[in-house]
Structure formats: structure tokens, C-alpha cells
Design a protein around this ligand. Structure first.
Ligand code: SF4
Ligand code: SF4
Length: 411
């Protein structure tokens, strides 16, 4: 397929420029529309299957506002099945799945939201009836992926297990890529995934084929840099100005921000139609787009080195742990260089001051605190007074005084 109206490079730069007040969907839709009109793009048939999840990614996609989700689906993809968005129910709905498999084998895309539940043959998650029998999400995934052109995992649960796989994970939730090896799964993580990450990846697939992916199969255009690299509070991190409590000004590293080990472009793209994102609002990134989310990102409000290590880990988690530790090492090295060059010194010391005392719990406590405070003030005043009334003596002066007193005055 050869497009004349926009090159892939231009498309990528459009995706990365979606930081202004225009949505990525606003930018992409006309391009796709033009490509469709020119017969250069065919809307691919899509089956959107939800497994173990909260439907958060569908809701996130529903936040693509202009053009609306309806326009987007009409112009970029041909959505055949989505149990939340569709009107059809029961057999009428599932018939669309089987018709698509029969008529468009090797051509349709399978989008998975939610984690496949693998414990006890997958019986923790049934998704539809076939021939009067309940079908598990696990079986449906295997059956539909076998004939799909692309398999796309949307959201943290589908990509890496996410919250569905959090310890102790009784349902055996896993990432789709742990189960499906061919075709290679494209991962669009996040809890939920940003609507732009979904529409941008789908549009790239429709117009140019597979986007460049990183080691975790995430599109590099959206997940190529860490939150920390792009963060507006990065200068405060460099200067060693740290918030002591969420909501305070300053870098949020010490109150648990996982930006240094999380790859996503939230600081540029922002959420809720490009209005805000956690760090801008005073809360640290909790690392929802990370393969380690949530187990290795907890406790959310504790400094990175105290990252909790869950006892149940898959290979991905172990790899993720390595990445997390490497990230911590990088941050530590960065701090060490900052201190060695004197760049951080003063602000770092300011930033490490102890938290102010907690407010008194009752009147007795308040009086006790006040008396304590007064005693400290009086003691401090006495010390200062002594220093003021007794000028510092030089060693020559002291020698003269001792000689004059015949050696008696030796205080
Ligand atoms: S630690 Fe968090 S708040 Fe601080 S600069 Fe990095 S991403 Fe921003
Ligand atoms: S800032 Fe962090 S926690 Fe928030 S959406 Fe982005 S990756 Fe997820």
C-alpha cells in the first residue's frame, strides 16, 4: 500500500504533536478519511473481545470526543463485535464473530481488553455461548487469535495481567502475549490505555502496518520515553526540590512517583481531553503503563527503593523487576552525579528536612507542645545571651589574663 497524502514519518510526528488543544483523533481522522476515499485503506474487520477486566479501556476509548467514538469506528475500523458498544444481544451478537471468522479469516483484527484467566481451564471467565455451551475467555482467545491478522492487547490487564493478575491472583490472570505467540501481540498498556494510544495505534496499523515496537511490544511512538524524561517537574528533580506530601510543589519522587521507571507520554499528551495528568495535579505517577503494574509499583506513595516485591511473579514480572531496579540505579547514579558536581547540594538538603510535627490531638497535648516550645525558646535565648555578653577571647588575651592573675584564672 502506498500513500501519497501523508508519509509514515509525518503521521508519527502528528501523533507526537498531539499535545496542543487538538485531539489525536482530530488530526488523524481526516487523513484516514482521505486514504479511505482514495481506496488506499480498507477498513479492517475487528472483533473486540473483553476478558477479565473492568471495561475501563472501552470507557477510555469512549472519551475520544471529537470526532466521536462513533465517527472513529465508522472511519477507521469496521467493528463487528463489542459486547458493550453493540446493540445486538445473545446469538445475534455472537453470530457476527463466527461470520467474521468464516468470511475474513487472516484479515480481521482481534482486540483484547482484559486478562485471560487461566486457572482451572479458564472457568473464572466465560464470554459467550456457542452451540449451547459456555465458552471461556481463554478458549475464545485461542480460537479467534489463530485466524487473526493482528492481535492487539489494550490496557494493562490484557498486556501484562495488570490489576487482574495482582497478588495472589487466584484466577491465574496473564497477559495475552503469554498465551498467543503468533501473530505477535501488540501491547497498548495503561490502566486504562489513553484513547490516543488506541486510536493512534489502530490508525498506524490501518495505513502503514505494524508500528515500531519496543521489547514489551509497545508502540515506540507512545511509549518510547519515560514519564520522568518528559515531566514538567523534572527541573525540580534536577534541583533537588522534593515534595514532602502529595499536592506539594516539587518533584514527587519521595512521595512515590514511579515516573522514572514508567514508559509513556502522559506529561505531553495529558488526560481528559488534554487537560491534566497526575503529576500536574500533584499526585505521583503510579506506573499504570508499566509491565510491573500494580505489584511492583506498590506502595504507591512510597519512595521507589521501597518498591514492594510480590511473591507471585511471571517471567515478565521478573524482567520488569530488573527494569525497575535498573531504573532505580539510574536515578541513584543521577543523584550521585548531581551531588558530586554540587548541583543538587543545597536544595537536596532542604528537600530532606524532616516533616513538620503532626498537629496536636487535643488541648492537653497542645499545652504540652506549647510548654515544650517555650522551654526550647528560653534555652535558645540563654545560649545566645551568653554568646553576646561574653565576647570571644583570643589566645593572646587569655594568656595575658592568666599571667596577670598569677595562674588562678584558668576557666
Ligand atoms: S520523579 Fe515523578 S514528579 Fe519527579 S520529575 Fe520524575 S516523573 Fe516528574
Ligand atoms: S501518569 Fe503514570 S499512572 Fe498516570 S496514566 Fe500515565 S503512566 Fe499511568
Amino acid at each position: 500500500m502506498r500513500l501519497t497524502m501523508i508519509t509514515r514519518r509525518e503521521f508519527i510526528s502528528l501523533c507526537m504533536s498531539a499535545t496542543a488543544a487538538v485531539s489525536l483523533a482530530d488530526l488523524i481522522a481526516p487523513v484516514v478519511r482521505e486514504a479511505l476515499a482514495a481506496g488506499q485503506v480498507n477498513r479492517p474487520p475487528v472483533i473486540w473481545l473483553e476478558l477479565g477486566s473492568c471495561t475501563g479501556n472501552s470507557i477510555s476509548l469512549d472519551n475520544a470526543v471529537n470526532p466521536s467514538l462513533h465517527q472513529l469506528l465508522r472511519e477507521v475500523i469496521d467493528l463487528r463485535y463489542h459486547w458493550t458498544f453493540q446493540v445486538a444481544q445473545g446469538d445475534d451478537a455472537t453470530r457476527a464473530i463466527f461470520d467474521t471468522v468464516e468470511q475474513d479469516a487472516g484479515r480481521y483484527w482481534l482486540i483484547i481488553e482484559g486478562a485471560p484467566m487461566t486457572a482451572e481451564g479458564g472457568r473464572y471467565n466465560y464470554v459467550f455461548f456457542k452451540d449451547g455451551q459456555l465458552v471461556t475467555g481463554l478458549d475464545a482467545l485461542k480460537m479467534l487469535a489463530a485466524q487473526a491478522k493482528h492481535v492487539i492487547a489494550v490496557g494493562g490487564c490484557a498486556c501484562f495481567g495488570g490489576p487482574a493478575a495482582a497478588h495472589p491472583n487466584p484466577g491465574g490472570a496473564k497477559g495475552v502475549w503469554d498465551i498467543i505467540k503468533s501473530p505477535p501481540v501488540i501491547n497498548i498498556p495503561g490502566c486504562p490505555a489513553h484513547p490516543d494510544w488506541i486510536t493512534g495505534t489502530l490508525s498506524h496499523l490501518a495505513m502503514y502496518g505494524l508500528p515500531e515496537l519496543d521489547a514489551y511490544h509497545r508502540p515506540v511512538v507512545f511509549f518510547g520515553k519515560t514519564i520522568h524524561d518528559l515531566c514538567q517537574r523534572r527541573q525540580q528533580f534536577e534541583d533537588g526540590i522534593f515534595a514532602q506530601f502529595p499536592g506539594d510543589p516539587g518533584c514527587l519522587l519521595k512521595v512515590g512517583c514511579k515516573g522514572p521507571v514508567t514508559h509513556a507520554d502522559c506529561p505531553l499528551r495529558q488526560w481528559n481531553h488534554y487537560v491534566n495528568w497526575p503529576v500536574k495535579a500533584g499526585a505521583g505517577c503510579i506506573g499504570c503503563a508499566s509491565p510491573d503494574f500494580p505489584d511492583l509499583m506498590m506502595p504507591f506513595y512510597e519512595h521507589l527503593p521501597n518498591v514492594y516485591t510480590g511473591s507471585v511473579k511471571t517471567n515478565v514480572k521478573r524482567l520488569g523487576k530488573f527494569v525497575t531496579l535498573a531504573g532505580i540505579g539510574a536515578v541513584a547514579a543521577h543523584l550521585a552525579v548531581g551531588v558530586a558536581t554540587g548541583r543538587i547540594k543545597r536544595h537536596w538538603l532542604d528537600g530532606t528536612k524532616p516533616l513538620p510535627a503532626a498537629p496536636p490531638e487535643n488541648e492537653t497535648q497542645r499545652r504540652r507542645d506549647q510548654e515544650e516550645q517555650e522551654k526550647k525558646c528560653i534555652a535558645k535565648a540563654k545560649t545566645q545571651n551568653r554568646k553576646l555578653t561574653k565576647p570571644k577571647e583570643t589566645w593572646v588575651g587569655r594568656l595575658v589574663r592568666v599571667v596577670r592573675s598569677g595562674g588562678k584564672d584558668e576557666d
